[in-house]
Design a protein around this ligand. Structure first.
Ligand code: KIV
Ligand code: ZN
Length: 511
């Protein structure tokens, strides 16, 4: 019998805390729905007290997610726990996740509390949270640098107080697999009531050992692993969910453990996250990188052709990467398009399908063959999910290497009014177009990041642009795809502006 490991996803909390990965409420909801499809056991939806936006998204997620536990983080303080409960109480299965640091370093310099005070606070706050919610998780922050004897005492106290899950974070990514194995074994041997709680682990990747440490801990007896898609999270990130899950699956012979995750949703989940945040994974990233299943060298290709198992320890299909031979083109109808979306693992609402189909037809007119990657790029045209204050209408460029470039951009406002501006730039068509857009919306933005990528090969390939713009200290992402890279750049910029407008409107609503 394999042992069941719970997968606790913190993409929307620890992951979202990492630079460049912030998401608005709309995007968090999309991501949470995808995490439910992925069948993680727990979604940590945010840190409810952190901001009104965080609170609103945890609450919304709690209200819509049916099949997964929804947790909110809370410091071991009554005001945090009150807020966390307020946010998750509507969930089908709510959890309060409360934490306090237990290492000497954190207690002395951050908390300015003694061991006795920390122990008392931890126990009292778990009891307090338990009055609201039967599912309380306690985390001993910086556990791996804590005095093990003190850690055991705290764990015993919080389990007595009602914690159902005790989390052992390697907050700064400091431990090693062997050391962590010994710590988990030590907890099992020295915490007398440990059988009343599930041991969880939460590993950061500062030394590149997040996944290895998490798996070692699971082998030593941990029953829950906390992780994030694409390994996003504070600093070097959290242990990557896809790596944890595919290790458990691929090496079941070694780990003898399984989890509920539907691995065929891994690729889509990873893609969705990248397209929302504009943070792509490196090409050689395990499991979800563009090269993870690509065999380049002749010897490898020869081996794979003879027998896939020579160089393939898992199949692309196992993570939901479909190898499709059916070609879609301009004569393909809506049914074929919907079928392909389904086979790629997308369950989209009618409006989104409609928009994606329109974009598909437009693309099929320009390109002979529309590939799965093109379709993904169309579906992940994130801007379609955000209410549009501005919609791109057309652009005209006059450019050359011996003239100043001019760009005329026409946008449609939400009320249907068409507005147009013409500007020039010595820095080329994209700069000229962005200046024209700034003029139309009456604002200017700092361009934090601009990434351009060809979705497939060939001169008629779709260009995919991700931009990050900065306004008043906040960063907004935009994503655009087109066979014309200037158009893709304009779409991405307008997407980022719409994202900003949407966020500002939410803050205004929240007062
Ligand atoms: O890294 C950490 O210690 C955390 C806790 C709050 C669980 O994120
Ligand atoms: Zn963390």
């Amino acid at each position: 019998m394999t042992r069941q490991i719970k997968i606790f996803d913190t993409t929307l909390r620890d992951g979202e805390q990492s630079p460049g990965c912030s998401m608005n409420i709309h995007e968090k909801l999309e991501m949470a729905k995808q995490l439910e499809l992925l069948k993680v056991d727990v979604i940590e939806a945010g840190f409810a007290i952190a901001s009104p936006g965080d609170f609103a998204s945890v609450k919304e997620i709690a209200n819509i997610i049916q099949d997964t536990t929804v947790a909110s983080l809370a410091r071991a303080l009554t005001k945090d726990i009150d807020r966390a409960w307020e946010a998750v109480k509507g969930a089908a299965s709510p959890r309060i996740h409360t934490f306090i640091a237990t290492s000497d370093l954190h207690m002395k310099y951050k908390l300015r509390m003694s061991e006795e005070e920390v122990l008392k606070q931890a126990v009292e706050m778990v009891k307090y949270a338990n009055k609201y919610c039967s599912d309380v998780e306690f985390s001993a922050e910086d556990a791996t640098r804590s005095n093990p004897q003190f850690l055991y005492q705290v764990l015993e106290g919080v389990i007595d107080a009602g914690a159902k899950v005790v989390n052992i974070p390697d907050t700064v990514g400091y431990t090693t697999p062997e050391e962590f194995t010994n710590l988990i074994k030590g907890i099992k041997e020295n915490v007398p009531n440990i059988d009343k709680a599930v041991i969880s682990v939460h590993c950061h990747d500062d030394l590149g050992l997040g996944v290895a440490n998490s798996l070692a801990a699971a082998k030593a007896g941990a029953g829950q692993i906390e992780c994030a898609l694409n390994g996003i999270g504070e600093r070097a990130g959290n242990a990557a969910l896809e790596e944890i899950v595919m290790n458990l699956n691929t090496r079941r012979d070694y780990y003898n453990m399984s989890c509920n995750v539907d691995t065929t949703q891994i690729y889509n989940s990873s893609k969705l996250l990248s397209s929302i945040t504009g943070v792509a994974v490196q090409p050689n990233k395990a499991i979800v990188g563009a090269n993870a299943f690509a065999h380049e060298s002749g010897i490898h290709q020869h081996g794979v052709l003879a027998n896939k198992e020579t160089y393939e320890i898992m199949t692309p299909a196992s993570i939901g990467l479909a190898e499709n031979t059916m070609v879609l083109g301009k004569h393909s109808g809506k049914h074929a398009f919907i079928d392909r979306l389904k086979s790629l693992g997308y369950t989209l609402d009618d409006k989104t399908i409609e928009e994606a189909f329109e974009n598909f037809k437009e693309l099929a007119d320009k390109k002979k063959v529309v590939t799965d990657k093109d379709i993904e790029a169309l579906v992940y045209r994130r801007n379609i999910y955000i209410p549009k204050m501005y919609t791109f209408n057309r652009f005209v460029i006059n450019a050359g290497n011996s003239i100043t470039t001019t760009s005329a951009v026409r946008l449609m406002k939400a009320d249907g009014e068409m507005i147009e501006a013409i500007t020039s730039s010595v820095d080329g068509p994209i700069d000229a177009s962005y200046k024209a857009i700034d003029q139309l919306v009456g604002m200017d933005f700092e361009l934090e990041d601009f990434l351009i990528n060809a979705v497939t090969g060939g001169t008629d390939a779709l260009g995919e642009v991700n931009v990050k713009i900065k306004k008043d200290g906040a960063i907004y992402n935009g994503h655009g795809v087109s066979t014309d890279i200037v158009e893709a750049s304009i779409l991405a910029y307008i997407g980022a502006i719409n994202n900003m407008m949407y966020d500002v409107s939410l803050v205004d609503k929240e007062g």
